[in-house]
Design a binder for this molecule. Sequence first.
Ligand code: F6R
Length: 595
Amino acid sequence: MCGIIGYLGEREATPILMESLKRLEYRGYDSAGVAVIETGAGDRRTSVTKSEAKVDLLIAKLRENMPTGHLGIGHTRWATHGKPTIVNAHPHTDCHGRISVVHNGIIENFAELKAELEAAGHEFTSETDTEVVPHLIEQYYKGDFLAAVRQALQRIRGAYALAMFTLDDPELLIGARLNAPLVVGIGEGEYFVASDITAIIPYTKKVLILGEGETAAVTPLGAEVSTLDGLPVEAKVIMLKEIHETSEAAANAFRGRMTDDGHVNFIEFAISDDHLRQYDEVRLLGMGTSLHAAMVGEYVIEDWAGLRARAEDASEFRYRRPTVDAKTLTVVITQSGETADTIVGLHQAKERGSLTLAITNVVASTAARDADGALYLHSGPEIGVASTKTFVAHLVSQYLLALRLAAVHGRVSLERREELARSLRELPDQIREVLDGTTEIARLAHRYSRFHNFMFVGRGINHAVALEGALKLKEISYLHAEGSSGGELKHGPIALLDADFPVVAVCTASPTREKMASTVHEIVARDAPVLALVSAGDHSLDGIVADRLEIPAADEAPSAVLSTVALQLFAYHVANELGRDVDQPRNLAKSVTVE
Ligand code: F6R
């Protein structure tokens, strides 16, 4: 597993390659190298710098002699074919040093291609499988670099993520992938090609993900994605962008609705305190991710407002004889506002005289129109099929609803309300902290992506977080993932666990934190590797769990948001490692409008 990076843009390429390689070093550090096109007065050359050891050595060499230019590629190597030597370090070039290539993956038919190319007169210098790529491209190159790349790649079997350029065109960077991940980042006047988003996250959050067997031809005018047959492909905006909008989504969900002392006012759902006090039960209906959000709502409404609350799978609710009545407030949780199962549940609750409220992202959606009131998430459109930022916005909206109900029922002191309001206001910054930790999460995902089964556990509010973590992983990576409460685990699911069945345990600060620690001990005793999410500064599980991921310390409810964002990133990176179509996972639809 190697890390690759390519840059084309208005800035100097070398410092960006250096920084990106540092961020990719978790993928391998046997050797490293960069190639940059230097354009002087009337002169153009490819400057290649390599180190036979870690990226730091390469950086030291580059600092001494910094190539200047706007197009470059870089590589950090985890050796497969050939020892970690300077000669075997990437980039590799053709016979004339005009075509430069960095590669992650394994070219399975390299021996036969190499023999064929040698017979045609090509001279090889390294022991790597990668070196066949520039020579093969050279073989086909008749002035159209992209065409030659496509022809060459059609001959290659195995796995590759490639970034490459020719000295003939300092404004063309090509990326290509098959069975190895590659993303294209789009910045302001600059473009990136990288093994994963962690390499380029400081520069841009606008990313296209390449599909299997696709190439991206990047020029100052943009990135054009096509198949190896030259058919254009519509580029996809990935879920990651939306995860990175989570902090804003959280802020938008409480903006203008909560004062510093935790007084909540919903302008679009103007209901008096006296009216609200008439309801002694809250039912929360949703499906999938929205059902998990509803479970969090159930927890905080019960905890803060002391009201009976129940989250229900809307598709089951509709086929029972629901006991909702005129004293029930029914809240439907739906991003799209169009989910058929949820809408029917809404109609049934209404028929039984319940007051209905839709919490939705889509203005004038069916749920918003048909419910007695609507609260909008204001998250902006969510394009990725898997819900991410809107889950967080749903949580924050329900926290506000719980605060309002708690105030109405006199169940929360002013101090506690102020405290909760403060912790909600801190949430967007804390979410940004989690997002900044994406390199560590990618490193963990890289390590855990070799497993086929996962268990997610949590207690209390984090039971729903665990269920959502498992859902996110399974839907975008197609790996088997289950969620369980910490207590339930020992009543059956624990039988699944062994050294090949890791457990993601949400152990952040909460009233059930100690109970979770006991659960972790039970899991470790069964040899299952544990990745524990812990609050910053909590080292009590050090030496017990295989891995720990720190989440900024926060109150229980905001902490549930932070853990979720971390688990969304974890799922994204695992799926990306496996080369899945993260934006449009198989068999799913963004809005399920059939029963
Ligand atoms: C999972 C996901 C789905 C939706 C579910 C309900 O990532 O997005 O589970 O949450 O289909 O959709 P909405 O919220 O539109 O009612």
